[in-house]
Ligand binder design. Structure first.
Ligand code: MLT
Length: 246
């Protein structure tokens, strides 16, 4: 039986399409990249929450010494929080063993819009092949959700989704692409030879660069630098066990 792959290119995201499917949430700039970096560097888990007040409530329930409050509004660290949303802030000496409570403008919001999925993971360019491998070994349809920017389409997420579709096509025998997936794959292939430039040309990349985060944009545009897949389990993003061979 062939597996259906769809890409929801931007908000609003259809809950009907996600129900029962394996859902991959893509926020290339920067939440999905930062979450993958944090788990690769030894964070115990990442709890995505909707807003700063929720973060404080969850953090205090878990115990202040175990958690780091992280996230951004308008790309900057939230007042009173420990970390911003820059992957560069999430080094091993900072995050190892800690539970991160995170709120971002678009990425964690998209994670909260996912309803009734068979599984949920987060994907960026940096962990595209690792995620494709895990998704290829699961049964059922795949829905890739682009977090977007300010409630609209974001170029970098569509490119990231297309990169994931492209990898899935090499790993899954029988795939039926829906129109969103077809469009994302076409877009990715049209820029694959100049990925860093294409990501840097996106509106959100330019806004990040103006705020001093150009190195983040470069880091987020790198393909397959991390071999980790954050999976949502009981409200916490944790490392997926490696996909079994075969
Ligand atoms: C988001 O989730 O909205 C982004 O990660 C924002 C950012 O670049 O910090």
């Amino acid at each position: 039986m062939s597996r259906c792959v769809e890409v929801l290119l931007g908000p609003p995201w259809s809950a009907d399409v996600m129900r029962g499917a394996h859902v991959a949430v893509v926020d290339v700039l920067r939440a999905s990249t930062t979450i993958a970096t944090a788990l690769a560097n030894g964070a115990a888990g990442v709890i995505p929450v909707a807003d700063p007040a929720d973060a404080i409530a969850v953090g205090h329930r878990l115990g202040r010494e175990r958690v780091l409050f992280c996230g951004e509004r308008d790309a900057q660290r939230i007042e009173g929080f420990d970390l911003d949303n820059s992957p560069a802030s999430f080094g091993p000496s900072v995050v190892a063993g800690k539970t991160l409570v995170m709120t971002t403008s678009n990425g964690t919001r998209a994670l909260h819009a996912v309803a009734g999925a068979a599984s949920v993971c987060t994907v960026a360019l940096v962990n595209r092949t690792a995620a494709a491998d895990v998704l290829a070994h699961a049964d059922g349809d795949i829905v890739i959700v682009c977090a977007g920017e300010a409630n609209a389409f974001a170029l970098e997420d569509a490119i990231g989704a297309g990169a994931l579709v492209d990898a899935l096509l090499t790993l899954v025998n029988r795939v039926e692409l829906r129109d969103g997936a077809r469009a994302a794959a076409l877009l990715y292939r049209s820029v694959a030879g100049r990925l860093a430039d294409a990501i840097a040309s996106a509106d959100h990349a330019q806004s990040l660069a103006q705020k001093g985060f150009a190195p983040d944009v470069t880091r987020c545009a790198a393909l397959d630098t991390l071999d980790v897949v954050p999976m949502l389990r009981d409200g916490v993003l944790v490392l997926s066990p490696a996909a079994s061979p075969g």
